[in-house]
Ligand binder design. Structure first.
Ligand code: FAD
Length: 464
C-alpha cells in the first residue's frame, strides 16, 4: 500500500485524507493546530454564524422601530444583551464542530493522525516530533493566515484579525477596520448590524474592488444605511494607549476608535522548509501544475497555500480531483481515470455573504471584453419584481454577460439577499455553454426573484 502524508487538516487536507484512505492508500494526516483549519475555526463557520445572527438582530430591531418607536426604545436595552450573546453563540457553534471533527473521528476513518507541525527534511521525508517519516506521496494543504500591512509597526499595538475577533466577550462601541475586501466587509457589516459603530478604511474608492462595480454601489449604499462609514484612506501609523487607538492617515487626518480589526489580505503558509523537498514557491504560494502537482512530482499542493482563489469549496473540489489523480497515477492501467485539470477562477463560484449577498460566476465584464471583444450586458432588476415590491425595498439585480453572435452566456453577477442560492442555475447554463434564449427554457415560479427573467431574451434581440 502506498504511503501518503497529508499536511494540514483544513478543508483541502481533510477531504484529501478521507478520499485517499477510501481509495486504499495508507494515510497519515498531520495538523499543528485545530482540525477543520481556518474554515471551521476562524473563517467560514464563525463568520457566517455571526453574519446570520447579526442580520436577524438588525431586522428584528428595525421592525420594532417601524412598529412603535416608543416600544422599541424600552425594549432595545435588554435586546442589546442579545448582540453581545451573538459572539458567545458563535463560539458554541464552533465548539460543536470541533467536537465532531476530533482526532478520534479522524482515526475512526482509518487515518493516522499526528497533532504537530511538519517540516520537510528531504524530497520524500518529513520531520514530525523529532521523528522522520517517509512517504510515497505527500499533499501540502497548509492554508493561509492574515497578511498584515508591512508599512505599519504593529509590535506594541493591540488589534484583532479573523483569528481573534470571534473571542470578543463584550462588543466595542466603535470598531475601525483596516482593509476593504470580502472579510472586512462581511465582518464589518455584521458588527454594524449588532449596533457597533463601524468605520472601514480602504485604499480604493469603493469596497471589495474585485467585485462588479454596480454590486459595489449597492453594498456601499447599504453600508451607509446601517451607519458604516467607508473612507478611502491609507493608514500610515497607529498610536495606542490603554483607553483608545488613534489611526493616522496619509492625508493628515486621524480616526479614533475603541477596537481595531485588520483585514488586509491573506498570505499562504509556506514555512515548512519546502526547499528541502525541491518544491518551488513564492510569496503568493506554492507553484502547481494543472494536476496540482508541485515541482516535486511526488508532492501535491492545494487550497489557500497555492494562492488565489481562496475558498473552501475550491480547496474541497481540488482535493476530490487530486485523490483521483493520485489514484490514476498509481493505478495507471485504469483507462477511465484521466487526470482532472485544475479549476480556473472562471469556473469558481464566488459568493460574498454581505447584505445583500453578491454572487458571481464566469467572466466579469472586463474579462469578457478581453476574451471576446464586444459583449452584451443585460440586467434583470430584482427590485422591480413583484416579490421584491411586496416583501422588501432592498435593491437587487441579475446581470448577465453574453458574447458572440448567438449570445452565449459567459458571466453572471447576482445581488440579492439569497444570491448564493440563485447562482447555481446560471453556473449550469454557463458550464453547458448555453445561449441567452435558454433562459426561456423553464417556467419560473411566480412571484420569485427570477420571475420575469426571460424578458432579457427579448431585450437581447432588441439590441441585436
Ligand atoms: C473570515 C473568513 C471567512 C471565510 N469565509 C469563507 C466562505 O464563506 N466561503 C468560502 O468558500 N471560503 C471562506 N473563507 C476561506 C476559507 O476559510 C479557506 O479558503 C479554506 O479554509 C482553505 O482551506 P485549506 O485547506 O487550504 O486551508 P485551512 O483550512 O486553513 O487549513 C490549513 C491547515 O494546515 C495547518 N498547518 C499549516 N502549516 C502546517 C504545518 N507545517 N504542519 C501541520 N499543519 C499545518 C493549519 O493549522 C490549518 O489547520 C473564509 C476565510 C476567512 C479567514
Amino acid at each position: 500500500m502506498a504511503k501518503v502524508v497529508v499536511i494540514g487538516a483544513g478543508s483541502g487536507g481533510l477531504t484529501s485524507a478521507i478520499g485517499l484512505q477510501k481509495a486504499g492508500f495508507d494515510v497519515t494526516l498531520i495538523e499543528k493546530k485545530q482540525i477543520g483549519g481556518d474554515c471551521t475555526n476562524v473563517g467560514c463557520i464563525p463568520s457566517k454564524a455571526l453574519i446570520w445572527r447579526a442580520r436577524n438582530y438588525f431586522e428584528f430591531c428595525t421592525t420594532l422601530h417601524s412598529l412603535d418607536s416608543g416600544y422599541a426604545r424600552t425594549h432595545m436595552q435588554p435586546l442589546s444583551s442579545f448582540a453581545n450573546n451573538a459572539l458567545h453563540e458563535v463560539r458554541k457553534i464552533v465548539q460543536h464542530y470541533q467536537k465532531e471533527e476530533s482526532p478520534e473521528w479522524v482515526k475512526s476513518k482509518g487515518i493516522k493522525f499526528i497533532p504537530v507541525e511538519a517540516i520537510f527534511v528531504g524530497t520524500h521525508e518529513l520531520k514530525v516530533n523529532n521523528n522522520i517519516i517517509d512517504f510515497d506521496y505527500a499533499v501540502v494543504a497548509t492554508g493561509s493566515r492574515p497578511l498584515l500591512p508591512d508599512n505599519l509597526d504593529l509590535s506594541n499595538i493591540s488589534y484583532y484579525t479573523n483569528e481573534t475577533i470571534f473571542t470578543i466577550k463584550k462588543l466595542p462601541k466603535k470598531l475601525v477596520i483596516i482593509g476593504n475586501g470580502i472579510i472586512a466587509c462581511e465582518l464589518g457589516q455584521a458588527m454594524a448590524h449588532l449596533g457597533v459603530e463601524v468605520t472601514i478604511l480602504g485604499r480604493t474608492p469603493s469596497v471589495i474592488p474585485q467585485s462588479d462595480i454596480d454590486a459595489q454601489k449597492v453594498l456601499l449604499k447599504h453600508f451607509k444605511n446601517v451607519g458604516i462609514a467607508y473612507l478611502q484612506k491609507e493608514t500610515v501609523n497607529i498610536l495606542q494607549d490603554e483607553h483608545s487607538t488613534l489611526i493616522q492617515c496619509s492625508d493628515g487626518s486621524t480616526v479614533a476608535t475603541e477596537a481595531l480589526l485588520i483585514c488586509t489580505g491573506r498570505t499562504p503558509n509556506v514555512h515548512l522548509d519546502l526547499e528541502m523537498a525541491s518544491i518551488e514557491y513564492d510569496k503568493d504560494g506554492i507553484f502547481v501544475d494543472q494536476k496540482n502537482q508541485t515541482s516535486n512530482k511526488s508532492i501535491y499542493a492545494l487550497g489557500d497555500v497555492i494562492g488565489q482563489p481562496m475558498f473552501t469549496h475550491y480547496a474541497d473540489h481540488s482535493a476530490k480531483q487530486l485523490v483521483l489523480n493520485i489514484l490514476a497515477r498509481h493505478k495507471s492501467k485504469i483507462p477511465f481515470l484521466q487526470p482532472f485539470k485544475r479549476l480556473s477562477s472562471f469556473n469558481n463560484p464566488r459568493v460574498i455573504y454581505t447584505t445583500p449577498e453578491i454572487a458571481e460566476y464566469g467572466y466579469n465584464v472586463e474579462e469578457a471584453q478581453q476574451q471576446f471583444g464586444k459583449v452584451k450586458v443585460l440586467v434583470h432588476s430584482i427590485q422591480n419584481t413583484d416579490r421584491q415590491k411586496i416583501q422588501s425595498k432592498e435593491p437587487g439585480f441579475i446581470k448577465i454577460i453574453t458574447a458572440g453572435w448567438f449570445g452565449k452566456i459567459v458571466g453572471v453577477v447576482i445581488v440579492h439577499e439569497h444570491a448564493g442560492e440563485i447562482l447555481p442555475e446560471f453556473q449550469r447554463l454557463i458550464q453547458a455553454k448555453k445561449h441567452i434564449w435558454h433562459l426561456r427554457s423553464i417556467i419560473r415560479p411566480y412571484p420569485s426573484a427570477t420571475s420575469g427573467l426571460d424578458a432579457l431574451v427579448l431585450e437581447w434581440f432588441k439590441r441585436k
